[in-house]
Design a protein around this ligand. Structure first.
Ligand code: B12
Length: 316
């Protein structure tokens, strides 16, 4: 394992990047800086902070000590004690999430078409090459929204037109689901962060959108549990009583799957922790007038909007 001293001191990352790479919200990072004098970032002309790879490793080390049960003041004291003796702590093992580093050769839609071709012709070797390539070039949001989404959309259309078999559609969606699950598990879990349960309404089996949302929110440092398809409401309320999440997010694509969600927030309000219920999905996008019939928070038409709304609801 490398020592933190081996990481570059060159200031180049904004607080948003530091936050995404460590799972610590910007407001918390600023508080640690102010109260404990933890980091001393460079400032741009507009006074924005700029952090280095070394800063990222320091914050990761501190959060690891918090996970061990230390308070923030004790974790910082320990870190400063080591530094006072001229010792740099060991850096934590790095997470296996691919980081984009290459310049894109084509716009994302070209890769969406290539992936569609590879998956519908059951060429998994080619599909893997494409996924490796896009992970080396694009941010996860571009991969999810501009490559996976249009690819799946076309698969649905091709199935609807009778051009591909149901089994081919299942194969393709299972492949993409597998990539997403791997990504979800590659991000670290921060036990001090707010807990979110994310999944599908009862009898709803379209789980790829909530899975994408789970990956993106875990990347932002939330403690996300992805619960998958077809969640029975009463069991989920009992689970929420055990787990005490800050928020539960469910997706529904059809009237029948959305319907049982009407009473969900009322049931959650009977728990002492009163988790927030957030919802979204194809049914609510296609029937905007129905949203107000549901107690809870409609999180937006897109996953990007949902991420902003989760921040607004949980970071206050
Ligand atoms: C893969 C797939 C399946 C798989 C799902 C596998 C899995 N593990 O997820 C399986 C085989 C299970 C399946 C089953 C069915 N499917 Co299907 N399926 C699809 C397909 C091809 C892709 C869906 C997908 O994952 N898209 C990618 C995600 C990212 O996009 P999305 O789900 O549309 O979500 C977007 C928004 O809705 C929103 N969103 C979604 N959830 C949430 C949540 C929150 C909180 C927020 C803020 C936003 C949000 O954000 C996303 C990005 O913009 C679509 C094709 C299509 N055009 O969408 C058909 C499609 C959705 N399926 C369809 C149908 C009809 C069915 C079945 C009824 C088929 C059948 N006869 O059995 C069943 C229904 C099962 C059920 N009760 O849920 C139709 C729906 C038509 C309609 N309007 O009614 C579609 C559109 C196919 C078509 N062209 O006709 N399906």
């Amino acid at each position: 394992m490398a020592s933190i001293a081996e990481f570059s001191k060159e200031p180049k990352y904004t607080i948003k990047v530091l936050s995404e790479r460590t799972g610590v919200r910007p407001v918390t990072l600023r508080a640690w800086e102010r109260r404990y004098d933890l980091l001393d970032p460079d400032r741009l002309d507009n006074n924005y902070r700029l952090y280095s790879e070394r800063d990222i490793e320091i914050v990761r080390w501190i959060t690891h000590r918090l996970d061990d049960g230390l308070s923030i003041s004790n974790a910082v004291r320990e870190y400063k004690g080591l530094r006072g003796e001229g010792i740099w702590p060991e850096a934590l093992p790095t997470v296996l999430v691919p980081q984009p580093s290459k310049t894109p050769q084509h716009p994302p839609n070209v890769y969406a078409e290539k992936l569609f071709e590879a998956l519908t012709s059951r060429n998994e070797v080619e599909a893997k090459n494409i996924v490796d390539t896009i992970q080396s070039m694009f941010d996860l949001k571009v991969i999810f929204f501009e490559i996976f989404y249009p690819c799946l959309y076309e698969i649905g259309e091709a199935w609807y037109r009778g051009e591909i078999r149901i089994a081919t559609e299942h194969y393709a969606s299972a492949y993409i689901r597998g990539i997403l699950l791997n990504l979800l598990q590659a991000f670290p879990i921060y036990s001090a962060a707010p807990t979110l349960l994310i999944g599908c309404a009862p009898e709803e089996f379209h789980e790829i959108a909530p899975l994408m949302l789970s990956v993106l929110l875990r990347r932002e440092g939330y403690q996300v549990e992805f619960l998958g398809a077809d969640l029975p409401i009463d069991d989920l309320v009992a689970y929420a009583e055990d787990v005490s999440p800050e928020m539960i997010i469910l997706s529904a694509g059809f009237e029948e799957t959305a319907y049982p969600l009407r009473s969900f927030q009322a049931k959650l309000n009977q728990l002492s922790t009163k988790p927030i219920f957030g919802f979204g999905g194809r049914y609510f996008n296609e029937n905007p007038e129905e949203r107000r019939e549901f107690e809870g928070v409609f999180l937006g038409e897109s996953l990007d909007e949902a991420i902003d709304n989760v921040h607004n609801l949980l970071d206050e």
